[in-house]
Design a protein around this ligand. Structure first.
Ligand code: NAG
Length: 221
């Protein structure tokens, strides 16, 4: 039994959030039996919730999650909701930073499993990025793709504004326990090209996607 993790991110207030409620209500949702919480930054009542995601740990050796916000992300909390046999969470910042508008957190189970089965799932990412996000970029492309679609899928964007595409992020919402993605740039160069083709594959390698995912591109203004 692998643990389930929850990641909450608090940002400066007055941002556009998909879910916004005061930080104080968060504690009531916590159902830990083995408290295992990792925090980055400092919680403050002035901050609002801007990202909240539950990650199922099924045979996954690590999973990365990314969030891009209109305002700086000041505090991130990772907690184990349903500990597995080993419980616990390891989390580290692997991209972006606290007090910046983007962050990538990579979660690993506290005890790494060494069975053959784990090896099959090591590339089951929830987020794949190309380039480095910068707040001065502008989102210029968004496409959602759906579970049940044939894998792989190719997404092409040719920026009509003629500006270079500087950063690409592909994310799955992982609403079921399996279903990560891998992605590669099929044509163009992130950072220089105004047209790019991104190919996304389901992982584990199946003929259809298990989960919805989005492709977002950010361009020079
Ligand atoms: C995919 O998105 C649709 C529409 O937003 C939603 O109804 C569905 O539950 C999602 N499926 C998965 C597997 O996340």
């Amino acid at each position: 039994m692998h643990p389930t993790f929850r990641l909450t991110t608090l940002c400066l207030s007055a941002i556009l959030c998909s879910v916004c409620w005061p930080q104080g209500t968060m504690g009531t949702l916590q159902t830990n039996t083995i408290p295992a919480v990792k925090e980055f930054g400092v919680a403050d009542t002035k901050l609002v919730l801007c990202f909240d995601k539950t990650v199922f740990g099924l045979s996954r050796s690590s999973a990365s999650l990314a969030h891009i916000s209109a305002k700086n992300i000041n505090y991130v909390k990772v907690e184990t909701l349903k500990p597995g046999l080993n419980g616990g969470v390891n989390a580290e910042i692997t991209g972006g930073a606290i007090k910046k508008p983007n962050i990538v957190i990579t979660l690993t189970e506290a005890v790494l499993h060494t069975t053959g089965a784990t090896v099959l799932f090591t590339n089951q990412e929830l987020v794949v990025q190309f380039g480095t996000y910068d707040a001065k970029f502008q989102e210029c492309f968004y496409q959602k793709l759906y579970s049940g679609m044939i894998s792989p899928q190719s997404v092409t964007f040719n920026n009509p504004a003629g500006k270079a595409i500087k950063y690409v992020i592909v994310e799955t919402d992982q609403n079921i326990e399996i279903g990560g993605i891998s992605a590669s740039i099929h044509s163009g160069t992130v950072g220089d090209s105004k047209a790019l083709t991104v190919q996304v594959n389901a992982t584990p390698n199946t003929i259809r996607f298990f989960n919805n995912f989005t492709v977002r591109m950010f361009c020079e203004k």
